[in-house]
Design a protein around this ligand. Structure first.
Ligand code: ATP
Length: 374
């Protein structure tokens, strides 16, 4: 990188130490040549981010692989998409390259799958739609990610409806620079048959990986895996090249035909017959699950909380009225608290009518939503 180089929206600081500007905290994850840390900015406004520290010595052990980091920075610096992690700054010293990135606090999709086994169709579709939107942005710039996998899909935060971000552009490449002899890289489970067989290498490989990720999200296990005792990956790679996999009855019987069709149109061994990212985003399974889901929406949470508050207030008021009646202190207590009995009765009356309005309007919204969805 040249001195004082400024990429699209990324500041590059050659010779500066990232530790002078950020307080590095716990490790968030690591890879072959890098470690990613949670970091807090030392400037007045503060704020958290993720810092990926790439060890230059480790990277260059066998051969000079600095070009990979330069490519990662070059590609990331062009990207500005809600489902792609943002690169803010780059610090470079003699021993390290440090990428300061947007922080994804919610952890990897990989860990969510380990925890939950598999995901519902709605959740799986919502996640893969966001990944496909990120891939659409990449492909429109002729960039191929080449390493899509659950470890590289991160949740932005810990809420149940959190958006996801695609990370790790360490293997990404411009499509025109790919050819069938391009070195096979990435994680075996997600590699497309044509990449392993070295018959073709283009953007279609990202769609195969998206298919494998969807398969895993829906059933909880990968379509191709190493048999126990099989030390090398040769057998696994051969199975992928053959491109034959099953939707095992035990695990797939409850899953819709549309979902299976979506997976099989992505995990199609011939890259020319595979869906493009535009086609995948228009697939009926994606479109169906993209329509607004009332149960997952913030409106549902607001209405529910409002109902609880109103019910609680109504019960409390009723209890209060009954109690004052029981001790025959109605006039005395009410007049002390609200000056007159009428005021108290008016308040109770407005609570009851407020409750009535909210119930009617939520019922109306629900019925109009069902009409809309049908
Ligand atoms: P690999 O060798 O597996 O390709 P890598 O060295 O290229 O990894 P990344 O994949 O970029 O490194 O990051 C490794 C891990 O660090 C990720 O899987 C993720 O858990 C975590 N991580 C990366 N970027 C972020 C981020 N922006 N926010 C939070 N965690 C992150």
């Amino acid at each position: 990188m040249s001195d004082d180089e400024t990429l699209t929206h990324v500041n590059v600081f050659p010779g500066l130490d990232v530790n002078d500007y950020y307080d590095l905290k716990e490790m968030l994850g690591d890879g072959a040549f890098s470690k990613v840390y949670l970091a807090e900015s030392r400037n007045e406004s503060g704020g958290y981010c993720a810092v990926k520290i790439i060890d230059k010595e480790e990277l260059n052990k066998d051969e000079d692989k600095m070009f990979l980091v330069d490519k990662e920075i070059e590609i990331m610096s062009q990207l500005d998409h809600p489902h792609i992690v943002r690169l803010y700054e780059v610090y470079e010293s003699k021993t390290e390259v440090c990428l300061v990135m947007e922080l994804a606090k919610g952890g990897e999709l990989f860990d969510k799958l380990l925890e939950e086994g598999c995901l519902s169709e709605t959740v799986a579709a919502r996640i893969i739609t966001q990944v496909l939107e990120a891939v659409h942005d990449l492909h429109s710039r002729r960039i191929v990610h080449r390493d899509l996998k659950p470890e590289n899909i991160l949740f932005y935060n810990n809420t149940h409806a959190s958006k996801v971000l695609v990370v790790d552009f360490g293997l990404s490449e411009y499509e025109e620079e790919l050819n069938k002899e391009s070195p096979v890289c990435g994680t075996a489970t997600y590699l497309a048959p044509e990449v392993i067989a070295q018959t073709e290498s283009n953007r279609a490989q990202d769609l195969w990986s998206a298919g494998v990720i969807t398969y895993i999200m829906l059933c909880g296990y990968p379509p191709f895996f190493k048999e126990s005792g099989d030390k090398s990956e040769t057998k696994l790679l051969r199975m992928i090249v053959r491109g034959k996999y099953k939707f095992h009855e035990n695990f797939w019987s409850h899953i819709s035909e549309e979902a299976k069709h979506f997976v099989s149109r992505l995990m199609c061994a011939d890259p020319r017959l595979r869906l493009s990212v535009e086609e995948a985003l228009c697939h009926p399974w994606i479109v169906k699950n993209r329509t607004w889901n009332y149960k997952d929406s913030w409106l549902c949470i607001v209405i529910q909380s409002l109902m609880y508050i109103l019910i609680f207030t109504a019960v409390l008021s009723l209890y209060f009225i009954m109690l004052t009646g029981y001790f025959d202190m109605q006039d005395h207590l009410l007049s002390r608290l609200f000056q007159t009995k009428d005021v108290a009765l008016n308040i109770c009356h407005s609570i009851v009518s407020g409750l009535e309005t909210v119930c009617t309007s939520s019922l109306f919204k629900l019925s109009s939503m069902f009409t809309f969805n049908s």
